[in-house]
Design a protein around this ligand. Sequence first.
Ligand SMILES: Nc1ncnc2c1ncn2[C@@H]1O[C@H](COP(=O)(O)OP(=O)(O)O)[C@@H](O)[C@H]1O
Ligand SMILES: [Mg+2]
Length: 383
Amino acid sequence: MCLVAVVPTGAPSVRNKRAFLVQLVKMIQKLEVINFRNFAHKLIKFPASTTVVAGPNASGKTNLLESIHLLSTGKSFRAEREFEMINYDQEIARIKARVGEEEESEVLEVVLTTGQLTAGAKLKVAPRKKLLVDGVGKRLMDFAGRFPSVLFSPQDMDLVTSSPSVRRQFFNAVLTQTDREYRRSFLAYEKGIKRRNRLLFAIREGAANRNQLTYWDMLLIKNGDTVTRLRQELVEYINRQSGLSNREFELQYSKNLVTEERLNKYAEAEVAAAQTLVGPHRDDFVFMVKNGSSSKFRELARFGSRGEARLAVLWLKLSEFAFIADKTHKEPTLLLDDILSELDEVRREAVLEVVAKHQTIITTAEDISDLNLSNVEKISLGG
Ligand SMILES: Nc1ncnc2c1ncn2[C@@H]1O[C@H](COP(=O)(O)OP(=O)(O)O)[C@@H](O)[C@H]1O
Ligand SMILES: [Mg+2]
């Protein structure tokens, strides 16, 4: 039997054919946003394959992806404060989507308010954020992670060189979506830091006693330990993924541990600063690179080229995709924000390979019809 397929000229490319064979899963079925950012009302149905959202600058492309990602993590990847996502002239925004495979699908909804709603001539206090699954209110811990998505945006290109907080945010976004234990510990830790800092301030002002710290110290040690451990596991996972070229990358975890010993060591300084100075809220992650001719890893931000930094980011994002898929046993929806024009041919190939196998939403301000994407549905946003 002849195993070599004869490909007639003009036939679909190999990638098209493969996409045809892959069973794509429709993770997000339809999305409805009301008073979200620049959208008064928008309803979009998504295919299981690729959706291209085209529109000029400021037409709301990134906003749209933000609303989808919000349903994955329960948090915005760009808003400093959540009410900023509500349309300027409104008090309530709603983001709602049916997600998951047919039989197991559910409706996720985020309701944001300014905190005060006009009721007749009066103002009524309202919760600033509500998270709902099939209409039932949930805590963030039980809401996040139901619909995994991986967002890749131009800002990610600076992950290597930007400040540590940006890298920590990356780790939080990935682990929040995939690990309930992380969600629980991280949320407790974050709250703990806020409360402990307030207490440190009160101690400095002479309004509180040092022994009141013990409770918060224990809480931070317990939850901080879990946060560190799960971040470490993700670092190790990423380091097991191979790079895309002859360069090798490595991520080093620069841990800021929170222990009784270290808290004691910084006790005076913490009161003086009214800040908790040790713990994973001060973690960093350092990218290292080794090229073919070198035997040693070097710090990418200091020695690498811009091209290498971008390759490392791509390595990181593809690792993120693999990690989320592995951990959740679901197929993350890929959200590509205006990124394809930023990638050269080789890197594009690597991204498009993932695109072909998963539900993907791509935004673009440019014409990308030459990209040879199969089964594309196009949505146009006005100017
Ligand atoms: N809360 C809001 N209400 C109304 N418009 C908003 C709000 N937040 C941002 N915008 C508008 O959204 C537009 C930017 O949308 P964006 O999704 O970033 O565009 P792009 O298509 O370039 O990705 C800007 O014009 C901005 O003024
Ligand atoms: Mg944009």
